[in-house]
Design a protein around this ligand. Structure first.
Ligand SMILES: Nc1ncnc2c1ncn2[C@@H]1O[C@H](COP(=O)(O)OP(=O)(O)OP(=O)(O)O)[C@@H](O)[C@H]1O
Ligand SMILES: [Mg+2]
Length: 229
């Protein structure tokens, strides 16, 4: 059980190394941080600084070499792949730069897919309907991704990320393929999600204008995470 005061994510001295062409790269270097429910977090930094590695470790897609990571007070940095897969499907939503929708599925089916993958026996039709309405696409439920604009595709991806009512959404350059007008709409939608559902949202970005949406700001260089005021 978690109480309301405990952080959603806690990193304690987390380091991650990769071996690339015989040399060791430090992708995360003794990272400490805590994120709370409803935080809207921005992470900036140069290419290769460790942003994606940080997201992957938060989301249980990758494991650190040193240190501990807790998600809702559970130690995830020592979990097996199988446990992590189960956890990801329930507690974490992902939003990607290239949307990553399934091209052969309709909007409705794309949002439903995570529920099918976790073998939910209940039907969640009302929830899918509500979410597609929430992102403003209820009149397009039978469309396919190729029939949508980039901004619309990202809105479907956000609905999909929310379908499990996750405690945290991780977004790697979610506006990287959108024009500035659609980028702003996506950020406003994510801001609304974090406020209304108390979802913790972590956005990796190269765009300093995005930082105005966050209440917590980090920079990461050579794997070292620095909190900005
Ligand atoms: N699978 C891997 N194998 C070897 N090295 C890796 C691997 N993944 C990442 N790295 C290295 O770890 C460091 C951090 O990479 P990461 O992908 O986290 O950077 P990033 O900040 O997301 O960069 P970008 O802005 O280009 O996406 C880089 O030096 C990268 O080359
Ligand atoms: Mg990256």
């Amino acid at each position: 059980m978690t109480d309301n005061d405990s952080p959603v994510i806690k990193f304690s001295n987390v380091s991650k190394y990769y071996l690339a062409g015989g040399t060791q790269v430090t992708a995360l270097s003794r990272v400490n941080m805590q994120l709370n429910a409803g935080d809207f977090v921005t992470v900036m930094g140069p290419s290769g600084g460790g942003k994606t590695t940080l997201l992957n470790c938060i989301g249980g897609l990758d494991q650190p070499d040193e240190g501990e990571i807790y998600l809702n007070s559970r130690l995830i940095s020592k979990m097996s792949d199988r446990e992590l897969t189960g956890l990801r499907r329930k507690e974490i939503g992902f939003v990607f730069q290239f949307f990553n929708l399934m091209p052969t599925l309709t909007l409705w089916e794309n949002v439903e897919l995570p529920l099918l993958l976790s073998h939910s026996s209940k039907t969640y039709d009302q929830r899918i309907h509500t979410l597609l309405d929430y992102v403003g696409l209820n009149d397009r439920t039978h469309s396919f991704p190729a029939e949508l604009s980039g901004g619309e595709m990202q809105r479907v991806a956000i609905a999909r990320a929310l379908v499990h009512q996750p405690s945290i959404i991780l977004a790697d350059e979610p506006t990287g393929n959108l024009d500035s007008e659609n980028g702003v709409k996506i950020l406003e939608l994510m801001k609304k999600v974090s406020a209304e559902f108390q979802t913790t949202i972590v956005v990796v970005t190269h765009n300093p204008q995005i930082a105005v949406y966050g209440n917590v700001h980090f920079e990461i260089h050579d794997g070292k995470l620095i909190r900005k005021e």
